[in-house]
Design a protein around this ligand. Structure first.
Ligand code: AHG
Ligand code: MN
Ligand code: MN
Ligand code: MN
Length: 329
């Protein structure tokens, strides 16, 4: 294990960026402290204060909010909001953006899915946090839609944390994808893998087949194709589906293959959110040599019209995505 800490690595990367001011490193330091606090709570869930179960609230997504959703949301908003580097935060759990008062604001925008995989919290299965960092685009102090509704190509950085057997911090700022493992005894994230690359092809597909009765024909044909026997194209693929996007994506990043959450007759735009889930993971997978589309167009090229916009997601190995697109038409 390399003993480079996450902050040392980010600082080194930022120093290689012309005109860097250290503000990004300062912001990411707050993100990783928030990750450590949430990780501690996740690992002690069920032991100390009652952090499991429902909060009794329904969020703007129409989902029943778990106590850990609220807890993680409050931690990331508080720490990142007080970094001095942020002028606005959008969150899956907040209907409206959190605008930072100008006297404490900075040049970045932070977008976050504070707790991904909420349905897995009480059953002790991997969950995570997904985040993206954008630059403020509009002149002056006011935060406008030009700042809040940016295409994924404008992301300065994207990352996720997985709270699992170990706590992993994976991020890219456009110069490769790098992963760090939390040493809980020291409370430090240490570099575990630099410049991660997704295999060009994998033999796993990941989708909730329980929704198949609502799929359109192309999605049905694609999954049928993946399940047919054919030695030359290494089929059938294996099915792996955890129900936590961060975990299903992380396995796909390491082993290759394809993850998909299609749109269907009931929800043509699917379930996953553009800003908090699809765009950050699309930046990561492209920096690792993979692809991410909505079935037709590149995820990163989409300019959202609402901060909670949903989008169908097909993401993973380049060869598997190319194959999928020939069947999706
Ligand atoms: P979140 O917990 O942030 O609301 O996200 C849940 C998402 C994602 O983690 C996962 O891929 C998907 O929901 C699973 O949805 P289904 O249960 O419909 O398969
Ligand atoms: Mn949710
Ligand atoms: Mn999520
Ligand atoms: Mn969530």
């Amino acid at each position: 294990m390399d003993r480079t800490t996450l902050v040392q690595f980010i600082r080194r990367q930022e120093k290689m960026t012309p005109g860097a001011t250290g503000e990004f490193t300062n912001l990411m330091n707050e993100v990783l402290v928030a990750a450590k606090i949430v990780s501690l709570q996740v690992n002690n869930a069920g032991l100390g204060e009652d952090i499991l179960g429902m909060s009794g609230r329904v969020n703007v997504q129409g989902e029943e909010v778990q106590k850990l959703d609220d807890y993680a949301n409050s931690i990331f908003i508080k720490l990142v909001g007080e970094s001095g580097n942020i002028c606005a935060i959008t969150s899956e759990e907040n209907e409206k953006p959190v605008i930072i008062p100008p006297d404490r604001a900075g040049k970045y925008i932070f977008m976050v899915d504070p707790l991904d995989g909420s349905s897995n919290i009480d059953v002790n299965v991997n969950i995570g946090t997904i985040f993206a960092v954008y630059r403020k685009q509009s002149p002056g102090l006011e935060v406008t839609d030009d700042d809040l509704l940016q295409p994924g190509t404008q992301q300065v950085a994207a990352g996720y944390i997985i709270y699992g057997p170990s706590t992993l911090f994976v991020y890219t700022s456009g110069n490769g994808v790098h992963s760090f493992t939390l040493d809980p005894a020291l409370g430090e994230f240490f570099l575990s893998t630099q410049n991660m690359k997704i295999p060009r092809h994998g033999s796993t597909y990941s989708v909730n087949e329980g929704n198949s009765q609502n799929w359109q024909e192309p999605q049905k044909n694609l999954v049928h194709y993946l399940k047919e026997w054919d030695e030359a194209t290494e089929r059938p693929y294996k099915l792996r589906y955890i129900g936590s996007l961060v975990a299903d994506f992380h396995r796909t990043l390491l082993k290759g293959g394809i993850f998909m959450y299609p749109g269907d007759k009931k929800s043509p735009q699917g379930k996953l959110r553009y800003a908090f889930e699809a765009a950050p993971l699309a930046m990561i997978v492209e920096n690792a040599g993979g692809k991410a589309t909505d079935g037709k167009q590149r995820i990163l090229d989409i300019r959202p019209t609402d901060i909670h916009q949903r989008v169908p997601l097909y993401i993973g190995s380049s060869d598997d995505l190319d194959r999928a697109h020939t069947l999706l038409g």
